[in-house]
Ligand binder design. Structure first.
Ligand code: ADP
Length: 434
């Protein structure tokens, strides 16, 4: 089979931790790619993944859905292209893995567990793998794999070696698009307004359009505004500085303007950069609401700094607030925060997506009905759902400790014990009553 060119799209939330790709079904049929096949993926780097069934909605779009780890392994961003072709993976003789950011304790149980997990992957030397132990992601790099230069499959006969000390120089994206449920429109918009100009300033120059300097995110607390800002910074490879309105006004009392200047300087030095100002209404309340001189001066300073941004699109200020009408109108004039994105609390479908995200690393018992939970959580924000999922998992853990499944006196918890912990529907319903 020859190479096929495809455009990279994000994976669905449920696939965010699966080392698999989903390809336009038309392309699969045309090139005889079947579910379960392995494809070599060529971006700026070479990697590989298993193919799962393509999504009907992707038919004819010429896309390949890859999660953030696979995108990192292929060294590509969303909307860039990769070339793929079917390969026959070879059995691995030996694979050496090192943890990416932390030191781990390796015993034979753990090694066995990891080896078991590796059956789900195909790998190429240098790849990053995320393996979940309970709901904890452990990130490894394949530091060496034999035979060399091949796409490999771990078998019973593969020798696995696990290093305890981390490798350096690998950074795992902190927030990616797959971590954000719902908010399809907001994601699309922020990508267009922020990511595109940060990545391709020449495009905007060529077309003679001015990318925005500032964007306002409007929405209730806990609905994903910070997540969006972090994800866009991360996916655009931009430097990210977060500040908080009330903190600036109180902690740095008397030095608020200097602090703002410092932040803009830091952004300029590290451009492309995103400055995220949470609760911006505290810094820049409507002037008629302003009593103090300090607030007036801080607003004026922020406006001066934004007006002074030369390289348009290379520094973007994202402000967030849940009180759109409380923001100084001067801030919303052209050339300042002249674009806005509204973030609404999630509806049923949104809550289901967010539940899927926050339970995707959890060992769920078969009785857990996420659709039912999505119905029961009417009125919950994303943050409420995240807290609910965490509390449910804590309940499962407490039960495991109380019943002796997990013995905390042991230095490490054997893999078989971990496998026996399950989060049940009752854990969720009880957590809801809290
Ligand atoms: P905001 O900035 O709107 O107050 P955050 O983005 O800080 O809210 O969200 C807080 C936490 O709630 C996040 O870290 C995440 O765990 C969860 N959360 C909120 N919205 C979403 C969402 N749309 N999808 C997934 N998780 C979410």
């Amino acid at each position: 089979m020859s190479w096929v060119e495809l455009r990279v799209a994000e994976s669905k939330a449920r696939d965010a931790n699966r080392p698999i790709v989903r390809i336009d079904p038309d392309v699969m049929e045309r090139h005889g790619i079947m579910v379960g096949d392995v494809v070599e993926i060529m971006g700026r780097r070479r990697t590989a993944a298993k193919v799962w069934n393509g999504l009907p909605e992707d038919r004819g779009k010429g896309i390949i859905r890859m999660n953030s780890i696979l995108r990192k392994n292929a060294d590509v961003s969303l909307n860039e292209t990769v070339r793929i072709r079917k390969v026959e993976p070879r059995p691995a003789q030996s694979v050496k893995l090192a943890p990416v950011s932390m030191t781990i304790a390796v015993d034979s149980n753990f090694l066995q567990y990891i080896k078991q997990r590796l059956r789900d992957y195909v790998l190429v030397e240098g790849d990053i793998l995320q393996i979940y132990v309970l709901s904890q992601p452990l990130t490894f790099q394949v530091v060496q794999a034999r035979p060399a230069n091949a796409v490999l499959l771990v078998t019973d006969d593969t020798q696995i070696q696990l290093y305890e000390k981390p490798v350096s120089g690998v950074k795992i994206p902190p927030v990616t698009w797959e971590d954000i449920g719902d908010l399809e429109e907001a994601k699309q918009k922020i990508r267009e307004l922020v990511e595109l100009p940060l990545r391709h300033p020449e495009l905007f120059k060529h077309l003679g359009i001015e990318p925005p300097k500032g964007i306002l995110l409007f929405g209730p607390p806990g609905t994903g505004k910070t997540l969006l800002a972090k994800a866009v910074a991360n996916e655009a490879n931009a430097y990210f500085i977060a500040i908080n309105g009330p903190e600036i006004m109180s902690k740095y009392y008397g030095e608020s303007e200097a602090k703002l200047r410092e932040i803009f300087d830091e952004a300029k030095k590290n451009a492309p950069a995103i400055i995220f100002i949470d609760e911006i209404d505290a810094i820049a309340p409507k002037r008629e609401e302003v009593t103090g001189e300090v607030e007036k001066r801080v607003v004026a300073q922020l406006l001066t700094l934004m007006d002074g941004l030369q390289e348009r699109g290379q520094i973007v200020v994202i402000g967030a607030t849940n009180r759109p009408d409380a923001v100084d109108p001067a801030l919303r004039r052209p050339g300042r925060f002249d674009r806005e994105i509204w973030i609404n609390p999630p509806d049923f479908k949104g809550r289901l997506e967010i539940l899927q995200i926050h339970t995707r690393n959890m060992p769920l018992s078969p009785d857990v009905d996420l659709r039912k939970l999505a119905e029961m959580t009417h009125g919950y924000t994303g943050a409420d759902i995240a807290a609910l999922a965490k509390e449910a998992a804590m309940r499962a853990l407490r039960r495991a400790i109380q019943s002796g499944v997990v013995d905390l006196n042991q230095p490490t918890i054997p893999a078989e014990s971990l496998e026996r912990i399950k989060v049940t529907m009752q854990d969720f319903t009880e957590a809801m009553r809290e």
